[in-house]
Design a protein around this ligand. Sequence first.
Ligand code: AMP
Length: 396
Amino acid sequence: MQTIENYDFSGKKALIRVDFNVPLNENFEITDDTRMRAALPTIQAVIEKGGSPIIMSHLGRPKGPEAKFSLKHLVAHLSELLGGTEVKIAPDCIGDETKAMAAALKPGEVLILENLRFHGEEKKGDEAFAQQLAELGDCWVNDAFGTAHRAHASTAVMAKFFPNDKMFGTLVSSEVASLDKVVAEPQRPFTAIMGGAKVSTKITIIENMLDKVDNLIIGGGMIFTFVKAMGGNIGGSLCEDDYVEMAKNIIEKAKAKGVNLVIAEDCVAADKFANDAAIEVCGSGEIKDGWLGLDVGPKTIEQFKEVIGNSKTVLWNGPAGVFEMENFAAGTVAIGDAVVEATKKGAFSLVGGGDSVAAVNKFGIAAGVSYISTAGGALLEYLEGKELPGIAAVRS
Ligand code: AMP
């Protein structure tokens, strides 16, 4: 198999599929550049080995060409991350002008293509579109783990045009190696912390995790669907009524499988969804009408610390509370600290999913965990044991 290390990039134009789907604020400034930084080793390796990187990505969910989703917003920062190297931007990801720009690239010059999703063909996995992209370069590097679960034109379909010139980028190969430490043979006890807003988006992984873990910590807004399933009063807390039955099943299954399912016993409730709300600590099932549980409480934090502290493998996906607001960040901070402590004691810790990565960066603990995955859906599907099209396309 070709790798970044063994491939001769000299004089070649390398089409690198990256995941630059970064969050932007209303002034189109990047608020978290983790995904961009994660792709740098691959881009730099191509440059150092005498190639020209042609960077391809999507950004957001455009319905056609939309200025607010233009990759132009990323050019200056990418140039800065590459130590001042000029980054040219193509007016589109295909077409004559783009082709001419790609053809004119000299070794070491960097071109970024305009948002792939300005063309509906990208998500449809259209072969003719994939071929047009393929014509721009000499080899294909998949360094976008975040979209590896999609059989899109740039993430999987274009592999067929490079039967002998396709490879994983540095990020994807280290990502797969790290995930295998959790999926394949985790050291025990293995604890998964599943947090975030909605049960509906995490239900499959939660069910799958029940077969793998010793401890399953439920965090975030999801807690309250479980608390409701146990008959508690959750006031106006986030709850998905359609999932209450599912939550009951999970509680039963966990019992049957001997998994320690940790559902917050206390919480920080607020009288409105705002940092300056009135606050009180109460049982998670004793929330007053109209109040909302926005973080886990101190007893739960102690329980989290104990469970995480005794783990040899920790997977963390999703915050414990509304960590973006200072008054509801304590649970998420405590999880982060406990994960760092466990790692110091020799545990392998993997943090994945957009919001947990944002939390880890916000609280400055990134250096203390074993591996940070920048992927969301792809990570979850990999953890569920599914074969990802973007991985299979390189391996086949
Ligand atoms: P997700 O994208 O599903 O991982 O959810 C992450 C979001 O869930 C974050 O923006 C948190 O602010 C939010 N969140 C966490 N806990 C709660 C809660 N108790 N109530 C409402 N939102 C929450």
